[in-house]
Write a protein that binds this ligand. Structure first.
Ligand SMILES: Cc1cc2nc3c(=O)[nH]c(=O)nc-3n(C[C@H](O)[C@H](O)[C@H](O)COP(=O)(O)OP(=O)(O)OC[C@H]3O[C@@H](n4cnc5c(N)ncnc54)[C@H](O)[C@@H]3O)c2cc1C
Ligand SMILES: *[C@@H]1O[C@H](CO)[C@@H](O)[C@H](O)[C@H]1NC(C)=O
Ligand SMILES: *[C@@H]1O[C@H](CO)[C@@H](O)[C@H](O)[C@H]1NC(C)=O
Ligand SMILES: *[C@@H]1O[C@H](CO)[C@@H](O)[C@H](O)[C@H]1NC(C)=O
Length: 529
């Protein structure tokens, strides 16, 4: 006890040159001290090693998918929570020097935990303290630091304008760092496209610790980081985004239908209509089981219309009369209230709820994704509902319609290639509360099974997938020398014809492949396998 205390005391006080550090952790801190020319106290303040009492709390806070049992061997050697960009620059240089990998976490929503888990020794840089947002209404842009959440961004926008918004994801706790790097789809994508379509500048730190803006990184790298896995190229410090105009009144509705009420027919019909609707209207479908032993099926048509009820009702009567939407089903609200509504809150709940950094209903989950180009036959949809009913835990298919603005942007405008010709995106999602290896194995198996079942009905060669719904079943890099051709197996699913250009840019910008993970962009000419 006393000795332990003394040891800590000495480490803190001894001048760095005298201390004989043995562990990697200490070597890392020593390197940080040299790099930053700072005090050891300021470094201790932002550094958490596994033996620090706060380490589990800092690690778990933003770990949005607690699916990994027995993950102790995959946890970070050291967590840094920098306040200043110089600390990130130093962390990059020190990781490189000590042969450690570096993982960055913004919101921690990575579906496969790649921001906070790795099988090789690594340092995690958690951007929880790098999250300021500066809105410039005069030119309708904002600088958003990577660690800010979508909820913080939406909230901040609403505080300065009732007629501006931003088209990005539906879950407020998502971090802008990861989200925009992978695309970012949400309830306004039919009108405005993806979050990544609205980036006009960025600050990125490269593997030499140099900070770039759009001009100094060049148009190639600027192209790559907007949807092409920014984490393969560097650490995003901030995005400069273009805001969009929203009307003062928008309308939301949730229409539930059971099988008896004709859910299958309605969803079948929806497939022909949803991508062709007025682009102010996005109706997504959440088809799910009851998540319990009663094993019932239900579908929710979940929608936001960028306008009032008086316009929506005739529009629906004309284009999707089968749903029988009535004015009573609809609620008018402001855009920020619609963000609450879609996130599962009530429109009159305090918008401050959007500032919560932890995802609502946090639980273990596995997801996979597909794109649909031809309507799926009704019998095949019914087969999918049967698969949902094989599970007693919550399982769902989320169908998000494309079309509108998504059709107008070319496949190579940014790395996200899923544009014209896609009717909708499917996300298969299964969630469970009590985690164990057995439960995990069973549910992962379910996800693979339903994915296999859908093979004939979804996009082919490649069978496309959405990068933000990361899925390591598609394939993964074995090590830093994974070849381009091996990585193409998963890479072309996410990025189609853009994958090669991503690898070319990667090879030039990060030739040592310092920034890597299980699904990072590989080097092009790696002659190893
Ligand atoms: C509950 C939930 C709801 C979701 N809803 C949607 C949705 O509506 N629409 C949608 O498109 N997606 C959605 N997603 C997916 C989400 O967009 C991705 O998981 C996204 O990558 C999360 O970003 P993050 O910063 O929160 O995650 P993190 O886990 O922090 O990061 C994800 C990846 O990006 C890297 N990264 C993070 N920050 C940086 C940075 N600053 N610089 C470089 N690399 C970085 C990480 O290392 C990791 O590889 C949802 C996810 C969850 C869990
Ligand atoms: C994982 O942890 C559980 C509970 O601690 C244990 O029973 C099991 O043997 C572990 N499995 C592995 C592969 O380590
Ligand atoms: C719906 O359209 C039909 C015929 O096109 C019309 O008779 C009916 O009044 C419309 N209902 C509403 C609510 O607009
Ligand atoms: C990758 O290639 C480099 C350079 O040839 C080599 O030094 C390194 O050991 C390789 N790594 C692995 C894991 O094979």
């Amino acid at each position: 006890m006393e000795l332990g205390y003394l040891a800590v005391f000495l480490t803190l006080l001894l001048p760095i040159s005298c201390a004989s550090y043995t562990s990697l952790e200490n070597k890392f801190k020593e390197c940080m001290l040299t790099q930053l020319d700072g005090s050891s106290e300021s470094i201790e303040k932002i550094t958490f090693i596994p033996s620090s009492p706060q380490y589990p709390q800092v690690l778990d806070l933003l770990e949005q998918n607690p699916r990994w049992v027995n993950s102790s061997s995959r946890k970070p050697l050291l967590i840094l929570t920098p306040f200043h960009e110089s600390e990130i620059q130093a962390a990059i240089l020190c990781s490189k020097e000590l042969g450690l990998q570096l993982r960055v976490r913004s919101g921690g929503h990575d579906y496969e935990g790649l921001s906070y888990l790795s099988k090789v020794p690594f340092v995690m840089v958690d951007l929880i303290n790098i999250r300021s947002i500066e809105i410039n209404l005069a030119d309708e842009t904002a600088w958003v630091q990577a660690g800010a959440s979508l909820g913080e961004l939406y909230y901040k926008i609403s505080k300065v304008s009732k007629v501006h918004g931003f088209p990005a994801g539906t879950c407020p706790s998502i971090g802008v760092g990861g989200h925009i790097s992978g695309g970012g789809q949400g309830m306004m994508m039919r009108k405005h496209g993806l979050a990544a379509d609205h980036v006009v500048d960025a600050y990125l730190i490269d593997s030499n610790g140099k900070i770039h803006d759009r001009k100094s990184m060049g148009e190639d790298v600027f192209w790559a980081i907007r949807g092409g896995s920014a984490t393969s190229f560097g650490v995003i410090l901030a995005w400069k985004i273009r805001l969009v105009r929203v009307p003062p009144v928008v309308t939301g509705f949730n229409v539930h239908r059971t099988l008896k009420e004709g859910a299958s027919n309605l969803i079948h019909t929806w497939q022909y209509i949803a991508h062709e609707l007025d682009e102010d209207l996005l109706i997504r479908v959440i088809a799910q089981n009851s998540g319990d032993k009663s094993k019932t099926f239900g579908a929710t048509f979940n929608s936001i219309f960028l306008g009032g009820i008086d316009k929506l009702i005739p529009l629906m009567n004309e284009s999707f009369p089968e749903l029988g939407l009535q004015a009573e089903d609809c609620t008018e609200m402001s855009w920020i209230q619609s963000v609450l509504f879609i996130a599962g809150y009530k429109k009159d709940d305090p918008p401050e709820l959007l500032l919560d950094r932890i995802t609502t209903f946090k639980s273990s989950f596995k997801a996979k994704s597909d794109f649909v180009k031809e309507p799926v036959p009704k019998s095949a949809l019914e087969g999918a509902w049967e698969k949902l009913l094989e599970e007693e835990t919550l399982a769902m298919l989320i169908l998000e319609p494309y079309g509108g603005r998504m059709d107008e942007i070319s496949e190579s405008e940014i790395p996200f290639p899923h544009r014209k010709g896609n009717l909708y995106n499917i996300q298969y999602l299964i969630k469970w509360e009590v985690n164990s290896e057995e439960a995990s194995r069973r549910h992962l198996h379910w996800a693979k099974m339903v994915y296999k079942y859908m093979t004939p009905y979804v996009s082919k060669s490649p069978r496309a997938a959405y990068f933000n719904y990361k899925d390591l079943d598609l394939g993964k890099n074995k090590n830093e020398n994974t070849s381009y051709s091996k990585a193409s197996v998963w890479g072309e699913k996410y990025f189609k014809g853009n994958f090669r250009r991503l690898a070319q840019i990667k090879t030039k910008f990060d030739p040592q492949n310092f920034f890597r993970n299980e699904q990072s962009i590989p080097l092009l000419n790696s002659n190893h396998s």
